[in-house]
Write a protein that binds this ligand. Structure first.
Ligand code: HEM
Length: 224
C-alpha cells in the first residue's frame, strides 16, 4: 500500500464548463491511498484522519484492462523513461505537482452512440486502443482520400496532444469511480495541465460527456 500526500497550491484556474461547488474546490491537504486490497485501503482511509474538515473523498479503482468508464484504455501516452520523468514530472528537488479533478461521465449518452462515433471522440479504437491513424503512435497529420483528418479536429487525443496543446507531457494516473473518472496528473509545471485543459475546453468532443465537479492542485514533496 502507498500513501502519497501533498499541500494545496494556488494557480489552477476555474475552466469554462466546470461545475465545482465551493466545498469541492482546492483544499490544503491531499491524501492518496493506493493498494491492491480495497478493504485495507478503506481501513487506512478511516485511520488516516488528519485534523480539519474533510472536503471530499472518493474511492477509485482500476480495471485490469486499464479501461475507463467509457470503455477506452487510458494512460497510454505518458512519460516512460527516466529522462522523460526528469524532464516532465520531477522538479530538481524531487517534488512534483499533482492536479486532481473529479469528472462525472455521462456514460449512458456516450455508449448510446455507435462505436465508430465513440472512437471519433477519442481518436483511438475501442477494443485495442490503436490510433485511428493506425500504427503505434497517433499521427495527427494523417488524412483520408477526401482530405479530412483521420483523427478528427475535436478528438480528445488531438486536443490533448502535447503538440496541439503546446504543453509538456503529463503523467496521467487516473482512476475510475462510481460516477466517472478521478483524473490525476503529475507534472513539474502546472501550466502543462492548464494549457492542455484550455485546448480541450476550446473544442474537445470528450467534454460533451464529462463534467468536472472537484478541482485542486497540490505540491507533492520529495520522498526524502
Ligand atoms: C473524463 C475525462 C477523460 C477521459 C475519459 C480521458 C481519457 C483518455 C484516453 C482514453 C486517452 C487515450 C489513451 C492514452 O493516451 O492514454 C487519453 C489521452 C490523453 N488525455 Fe485524457 N481523458 C480525460 C480527461 C483528460 C484531461 C482533463 C486531460 C488534461 C487536461 C487529459 C489529457 C490527456 C492527454 C495529454 C492524453 C494523451 C494524448 C496524446 O498525446 O495522444 N485527459 N485520455
Amino acid at each position: 500500500m502507498t500513501v502519497t500526500y501533498g499541500h494545496g497550491i494556488d494557480g489552477l484556474p476555474e475552466f469554462p464548463g466546470d461545475a465545482v461547488l465551493p466545498q469541492d474546490l482546492g483544499g490544503r491537504l491531499f491524501l492518496q491511498i493506493c493498494g491492491d486490497d480495497p478493504d485495507a485501503v478503506r481501513d487506512a482511509a478511516t485511520r488516516l484522519r488528519p485534523d480539519g474538515r474533510l472536503r471530499w473523498r472518493e474511492q477509485g479503482f482500476c480495471n485490469s484492462d486499464r479501461t475507463n468508464g467509457l470503455g477506452f484504455q487510458d494512460g497510454i501516452v505518458v512519460p516512460k523513461t527516466a529522462e522523460e520523468f526528469d524532464q516532465e514530472v520531477w522538479l530538481p528537488d524531487g517534488s512534483t505537482i499533482a492536479v486532481v479533478r473529479r469528472m462525472k461521465l455521462d456514460v449512458a449518452a456516450f455508449t448510446a452512440m455507435p462505436v465508430a462515433d465513440q472512437e471519433r471522440v477519442f481518436g483511438r479504437r475501442k477494443h485495442d486502443a490503436v490510433p485511428l491513424s493506425g500504427g503505434e503512435e497517433v499521427d495527427l497529420s494523417a488524412k483520408t482520400p477526401d482530405g479530412e483528418y483521420v483523427i478528427p479536429a475535436d478528438a480528445h487525443v488531438r486536443r490533448a496532444h502535447p503538440l496541439t496543446a503546446g504543453a509538456g507531457l503529463m503523467l496521467r494516473r487516473s482512476y475510475n469511480y462510481a460516477e466517472g473518472l478521478l483524473f490525476i496528473s503529475y507534472q513539474r509545471e502546472l501550466k502543462t495541465f492548464v494549457n492542455t485543459m484550455y485546448r480541450m475546453v476550446d473544442g474537445d468532443a470528450l467534454l460533451r460527456y464529462a463534467t468536472t465537479t472537484s478541482s485542486a492542485a497540490f505540491r507533492i514533496p520529495p520522498l526524502n
